[in-house]
Design a protein around this ligand. Structure first.
Ligand SMILES: [Zn+2]
Ligand SMILES: [Zn+2]
Length: 177
């Protein structure tokens, strides 16, 4: 199973006709290459020039916490809506003029609407740049590498610069007392 749908019948129906599909499949999500599992539903609607595909999917990506480097799973919510233009007239079978914009998605000449690329783009855009295993992850000790979520190490505590500036700001806001 994949995110490819044969729309030969739908493309001959009247504008506004809808087909719904539930999906549960693996797609290629990066060049590494790695696969992601996506589940959810896809609605395909006939438009004037093609098919409007709307997908509401969830996925999971294995990641590493950017602070403590522990393995973790990032849940992803993907909402994708793209119009796929027809490349072949559904009734006469004659080839239609290709769209001016080369990035436009289109239905193949064999009536296959392939959402893989659109979903892959959404997947990449949704991934957190600095994933955290939990919002207050303590990270690793910069001296000994101890995972500070699992307890303190015996290195001397380093003053945290971020809170230092915050304290200064708080002092400024309070003004001279
Ligand atoms: Zn972490
Ligand atoms: Zn340490």
């Amino acid at each position: 199973m994949s995110l490819q749908f044969n729309v030969s019948l739908l493309s001959q129906e009247e504008i506004g006709a809808v087909r719904e599909h539930t999906v549960d499949c693996r797609i290629l999500v990066s060049d590494e290459p790695s696969h992601g599992q996506v589940t959810g539903c896809v609605a395909l609607m006939k438009t004037t020039d093609g098919i409007l595909a709307t997908a509401q999917l969830t996925g999971k990506q294995a990641e590493q916490c950017s602070r403590c480097l522990e393995g973790m799973t990032v849940p992803l919510k993907l909402e994708v809506q793209e119009e796929f233009l027809l490349s072949v007239d559904p009734v006469s079978g004659s080839t239609l003029r290709p769209p001016d914009d080369p990035d436009t998605f289109s239905v193949s000449a064999t009536h296959i609407l392939d959402m893989d690329e659109a979903v892959r783009q959404a997947w990449t855009a949704t991934l957190p740049i600095q994933p955290l295993c939990k919002p207050d992850c303590m990270g690793l000790c910069s001296e000994c590498g101890q995972n500070l979520n699992e307890g303190n190490c015996s290195c001397s505590p380093v003053p945290d610069e971020r809170w230092g500036t915050l304290r200064e700001l708080a002092q400024e806001l309070k003004g001279p007392s």
